[in-house]
Ligand binder design. Structure first.
Ligand SMILES: NC(=O)c1ccc[n+]([C@@H]2O[C@H](COP(=O)([O-])OP(=O)(O)OC[C@H]3O[C@@H](n4cnc5c(N)ncnc54)[C@H](OP(=O)(O)O)[C@@H]3O)[C@@H](O)[C@H]2O)c1
Length: 339
């Protein structure tokens, strides 16, 4: 099989397509011939050496993809050779073939393309988990979504539309405002030319928002907390502020880490606010929880309520460009890799 290796930590030059032995499924596992694999910020961070959960290089990362079942191990029921599936892999997804436990594989409805199947798991599960398991958003809620034009942002905007009368505030570059509006953003905010804190305050008549989804980290978590209305919740789920757009700047990374606020239970009590976190990679063993959410998402897809936006598909040989889309913030929605 062919696999996309991160040969060592560094820039795009460390990516390399290599031959590797095709894995055999053991009991309870299936082998999928991968049609398309999802690319996520986590994998960019893994390449940069900023993702503690990633395996040590040389390694093959990749959390998700779509394809066709090619072989099944003993005891696998409900899936057969030739089935079109989407899958979640705790690494190894950036390969032409992947072996995964059967409970991390879901048959795709006929209406779902390989593109949409590969683009769904990470972005939509993360957004769904934050909005419906953690924040449990209610009709009328006001939600601030950072990185609104990205993969998770797009999913979060679409999912907010499934709840009545939710108002969304999405930070995004001005050139991406038509895009975020198209996916349901009520108030796009150009955070590059405006102070988004002032904008949200102005738009909410000073009240603030009920939910902040923040994968920027550092000083933005502090700002998000201050923007919470009474009983509001800040959900921290990433540290994109450590991304230096391709340049190696250790001091920048350290400065972001130093700006992470600390919250005491006393303060949370007096402020009537909640700070929560989400790391889907650390929920890997919560199989029932993840499957329930993934099945709910596939139902929403079948109803036509949600639909991933695929920005670009790059062959493995052009992986450097694919990673570059995320690194330089060029993408709208999802970037996929073709083995
Ligand atoms: N905790 C979890 O389980 C989990 C799961 C999935 C993703 N995440 C995190 O969620 C974040 C978003 O992931 P994603 O896959 O949606 O990303 P993405 O598709 O790559 O979206 C990134 C977009 O965010 C904007 N952006 C703002 N500040 C940025 C910065 N400092 N660096 C790069 N882009 C920036 C850019 O658009 P503009 O032009 O508008 O700035 C960019 O297009 C990442 O931090 C990721 O690590 C966490």
């Amino acid at each position: 099989m062919r696999a996309l290796f991160i040969t060592k930590h560094g820039g795009p030059e460390v990516l390399e397509v290599r031959e590797a032995p095709t894995p055999e499924p053991k009991a309870g596992e299936v082998r999928v011939a991968v049609a398309l694999a999802g690319l996520n910020f986590a994998e960019l961070s893994a390449r940069q050496g900023l993702y503690p959960d990633a395996p040590k290089p040389p390694c093959v990362v990749g959390y998700e993809g779509s394809g066709t079942v090619e072989a099944t191990g003993d005891g696998v029921a409900g899936l057969a050779e030739g089935d079109r599936v989407l899958f979640m892999s705790r690494f190894g997804g950036h390969s032409s073939h992947v072996v995964v436990p059967v409970d991390q594989v879901l048959r795709m409805p006929d209406s779902m393309s390989f593109e949409d199947g590969a683009a769904m798991p990470v972005n939509y599960l993360t957004a769904h988990h934050m909005l419906f398991e953690i924040a449990r958003i209610r009709p009328g809620a006001h939600v601030l979504i950072h990185m609104a034009a990205g993969g998770v942002g797009t999913a979060a905007l679409q999912l907010c539309r499934t709840v009545e009368d939710v108002t969304t505030y999405g930070t995004a570059s001005a050139s991406k405002h038509d895009y975020v509006r198209g996916h349901g953003c009520t108030h796009p905010i150009d955070y590059r030319s405006k102070d988004y804190v002032e904008e949200v305050r102005r738009l909410t008549d000073g009240r603030g928002v009920d939910v902040v989804l923040d994968a920027l980290g550092g000083a933005d978590w502090r700002k998000g907390y201050e923007l919470l209305a009474p009983v509001g919740i800040l959900i921290a789920f990433g540290l994109a502020n450590t991304n230096t757009g391709g340049k190696r700047r250790l001091l920048h990374v350290l400065a972001q880490l130093a700006r992470i606020p600390r919250y005491s239970p006393m303060r949370l009590m007096d402020d009537n606010r909640t700070v929560s976190g989400c790391n889907m990679g650390h929920l890997w063993d919560e199989k029932a929880l993840l499957r329930r959410q993934l099945e709910a998402l596939v139902r929403l897809y079948e109803e036509g309520t949600i639909r991933p936006h695929v920005h670009a598909i790059h062959p493995f040989e052009q992986a450097a460009e694919a990673f570059g889309e995320l690194e330089h913030g060029r993408n709208l929605g999802k970037v996929l890799l073709r083995p």
